[in-house]
Design a protein around this ligand. Structure first.
Ligand SMILES: *Cc1c(COP(=O)(O)O)cnc(C)c1O
Length: 398
């Protein structure tokens, strides 16, 4: 049996430290804000190399808070990748703005800059690049585009805490960066929490006030905020894991290297080539000419990928679902992130057609992707099991 994720394998060895953290909060009786929150914010600021870190209730609320602090609302358009988790666009709708869905790169799965550029209008106020599966989007290109058109940039780094782009830490390059500590993220807590970072003193101050009902000083409200606070208990739990975070990343990177080294030897399986970045048609021709049926993910040379997911592309109608069933039959966990792009979601069908057009590469990805176990604590024998199962599929389903 190889589960897709085993949170106990990471958490149980630290039981004594978690118990001590619980005791610390329990004894003080201080459950809202306070020292644990201040401390975790300082530690997360150090980890992410940011000037300000604001602990919040979830990764979703971090995005919402960033949009609120930037005054994005009705009448505004926000560019978002269509191939991402729902929260990226859901928050845009919740502040009353219109998400405009952008197609994806077939190599790294991140936002397609050319398509983003083509979708800018006089109403576009912001862009939310997502560093999907742990690899940074094309930030230099995005920042240049944002500068040219006066757009705000919110980096959705929910899946990419600690990942780097040309030496810079993911989440620190835009106006805001957002992180999630949902248990399946690389730094996973015991429930929901998240964080927002910024390098701008005024934006940090505004986000801090909005996090607590827009209240400053107590019981005086110049802004309408919400309750977006991180729990002290959750902060204490995260503080146990932060010192171990580098080991978790090393484990994931080691597992990804194993998969790539061994699976790329198998006939019909090849790693994606960065040459095909943003160009689906040349990639399709390359796959057809070389008999490639399964494409392995690739980390661009300028990125430090943290492998929140290790995502295969299985080409050919129905073959992804066949591989998924093949793995599940052998007790190997796997999942489709994401089966439907956001422009295809029922709740967004009322949006104007101009918000939802031209996402053909992303639609293709949604029908081909399959993520396999990559968590740091995987045993070598488990990795071997996964490799063997994928190889058998490739050999028997040419
Ligand atoms: C997980 C995730 C979120 C939301 O984080 P939560 O903590 O679950 O609210 C937002 N964006 C992306 C890309 C995510 O993967």
């Amino acid at each position: 049996m190889v589960p897709l994720l085993d949170v106990n394998a990471q958490n149980h060895p630290l039981e004594a430290e978690f118990t001590a953290a619980f005791q610390r909060v329990f004894k003080t009786g201080h459950f809202i804000m306070g020292n644990e929150v201040t401390q975790v914010e300082a530690e997360l600021a150090a980890l992410t190399e940011s000037r300000h870190c604001i602990g919040v209730s979830s990764g979703t609320d971090a995005i919402l808070l960033a949009l609120m602090a930037l005054d994005i609302g009705p009448g505004d358009e926000v560019l978002v990748p269509t191939f991402t988790f729902f929260a990226t666009a859901g928050c845009v709708s919740r502040v009353g703005a219109t998400p405009v869905f952008v197609d994806s790169c077939p190599v790294c799965f991140n936002i397609d800059l050319a398509d983003a550029k083509a979708k800018i209008t006089s109403k576009t106020k912001a862009i939310i690049p997502v560093h999907l599966f742990g690899q940074c989007a094309d930030l230099d290109g995005i920042l240049a585009l944002a500068q040219e058109h006066g757009l705000k940039v919110i980096e959705d780094a929910a899946q990419a805490i600690g990942a780097r782009y040309r030496g810079r830490s993911c989440g620190t390059m835009g106006d805001f960066g957002t992180y999630s500590f949902f248990p399946s993220k690389n730094l996973g807590g015991f429930g929901d929490s998240g964080a927002l970072v910024t390098q701008d003193d005024a934006l940090a101050e505004k986000a801090r006030i909005l996090r607590n009902h827009g209240m400053q000083p107590k019981y005086f409200h110049h802004l309408v905020g919400g309750n977006f606070r991180i729990d002290a208990l959750q902060a204490a739990i995260l503080r146990v894991k932060i010192p171990h975070y580098p080991e978790y990343t090393i484990g994931r990177q080691r597992n990804a290297s194993h998969y790539i080294e061994q699976l790329s030897q198998v006939p019909g399986i090849a790693q994606a080539n960065p040459i095909h970045c943003h160009c689906s048609t040349t990639q399709q021709t390359w796959a057809a000419e070389n008999g490639v049926k399964i494409i392995l993910p690739v980390a661009y040379a300028h990125n430090d990928h943290i492998w929140n997911q290790f995502t295969l592309r299985v080409l050919g109608t129905g073959r992804r679902d066949a591989l998924k069933q093949h793995l599940l039959d052998q007790g190997i966990g796997c999942e489709v992130y994401y089966p439907l792009t956001l422009d295809q979601q029922p709740c967004f069908q009322h949006l104007p057609a101009s918000s939802r057009q031209g996402c053909t590469t992303a639609h293709q990805l949604a029908s081909e992707v399959l993520s396999i176990p990559i968590y740091a604590e995987l045993q070598e024998s488990q990795i071997a099991e996964v490799i063997s199962a994928v190889s058998t599929f490739a050999a028997t389903n040419p």
